[in-house]
Write a protein that binds this ligand. Structure first.
Ligand code: NAP
Ligand code: ZN
Length: 366
């Protein structure tokens, strides 16, 4: 057996972890750029907790609260300007995956003034100033991954920056998610589930990463039932957050696979939220496997007897109709296959027809 395992983020999980561990902030830096979305962090208590922790430990801060969903490189450049002007020495991302990923990218752009939206994807490996992450959705696991996914309008898609930016610390307090609306709870939970699935069925999966995958499926056995019954109690919130963290640690080792790569076009061109863009493709992706050994094991842990039962769960949670033509499906498939690196994570041979079939069977009703 051979594997590599890396997860350098210090995780603080539990009630009031931001305030209970406030000295972590002052140990990391003297002045922070706080990066958030436009509204939610100010409402769910996360921004107030971080501000209080910083004030009580003498850390200065400035706020950049303009991160949109699926953050663009233009937003990253704007955040960098504010950080530079204020001479911050670390970045705190508070929110869903969008502000956390933006915080990572901004931290990297601050450290490397020569980098901009036009040359980032051809830059070699770069360092960043330190990042702290405070998740307020249970889905992306970005607080424990090295990835930062950004929108590049020039290339008309979303892309991982291609750098390694693990947060130094992740403060995970599920109370910030208590008022997450049902639809965002579903979308983000499905993202977490798709990380677990794609990490588990990945060429990069190892003994270590599978531990997280299997624990995540066990948590999802409970979470799916609660999601379907719309019973989002604190126990559910805790378990879905844990599942999201499991998925994050797992994909930090393995990467994601076909649904994530194929879903980016659905988000960019059709505006589908990230989790749904993957989730809508998941069943057809699973059906495409010739060797179903690991899929059987996954279903077994989920307490399901066949793929049809999983399809019924996902179909009842994913309620979207998207307008898409055969030409668009052809275009997305061509684009997806143009980058061969995206296929390396899938353990079986797939061709143009297979990709078309996954899109078509998932998206076109006949
Ligand atoms: P998001 O885009 O960060 O946020 C979606 C919406 O949820 C926003 O309107 C946000 O409002 C709101 N929101 C966040 N927390 C809330 C709360 N506690 N209560 C009420 N509303 C809340 O969604 P996400 O699904 O978490 O992140 C998606 C992004 O993460 C995508 O760009 C995706 O590509 C990326 N991603 C990254 C990784 C990784 O490893 N780095 C993995 C998977 C996905 P505000 O804008 O007002 O905050
Ligand atoms: Zn994802």
């Amino acid at each position: 057996m051979e594997f590599r395992y890396l997860m350098p983020t210090e995780i603080f999980f539990g009630e009031d972890v931001v305030l209970k561990n406030k000295e972590v902030f002052s140990a990391i830096g003297r002045k922070a750029l706080i990066v958030t979305g436009r509204r939610s962090a100010k409402i769910n208590g996360s921004y107030d907790d971080v501000r209080q922790a910083l004030s009580e430990t003498g850390v200065e801060y400035v706020l950049f609260d303009e991160v949109e969903e699926n953050p663009s490189l233009e937003t990253i450049e704007k955040g960098r300007e504010i950080g530079k002007k204020n001479q911050v020495d670390f970045v705190i991302g508070i929110g869903g995956g969008s502000p956390m990923d933006a915080a990572k990218a901004i931290a990297l752009f601050i450290k490397n003034p020569e980098i901009n939206k036009d040359n980032i994807f051809s830059a070699g490996k770069l360092d960043s100033i330190p990042v702290v992450a405070v998740p307020t959705t249970s889905g992306t696991g970005s607080e424990v991954t090295q990835y930062s996914v950004v929108t590049t309008h020039k290339e008309k898609t979303k892309k991982n920056l291609g750098q390694s930016i693990f947060p130094k610390a992740a403060f995970i307090d599920v109370k910030y998610t208590y008022n997450l609306p049902y639809n965002i709870t579903v979308n983000t939970a499905i993202d977490a589930f798709s990380h677990l699935v794609e990490g588990y069925l990945n060429t990069g999966s190892t003994f270590m990463s599978d531990i997280y995958g299997e624990k995540g499926f066990e948590l999802f056995k409970y979470c799916f039932e609660k999601l379907i019954n719309k019973d989002l109690n604190p126990e559910f919130r805790k378990k879905v957050m844990l599942a999201s963290v499991m998925g994050g640690i797992q994909i930090a080792q393995t990467g994601t696979s076909l649904p994530h790569g194929m879903g980016y076009a659905l988000t960019y061109f059709k505006g589908l939220p990230h989790g749904l863009a993957n989730g809508i493709l998941t069943i057809e992706y699973l059906k495409s496997f010739k060797d179903k050994t690991k899929i059987e094991r996954m279903l077994n842990i989920l307490g399901l007897s066949n793929l049809g039962e999983l399809a019924a769960i996902l179909n009842s949670l994913i309620d979207v109709k998207i307008d898409i033509t055969e030409e668009e499906i052809n275009e997305y498939s061509k684009e997806f296959l143009a980058d061969k690196r995206k296929l390396k994570k899938h353990p079986e041979e797939v061709n143009f027809e297979d990709i078309i079939r996954i899109y078509r069977n998932s998206l076109l009703s006949d």
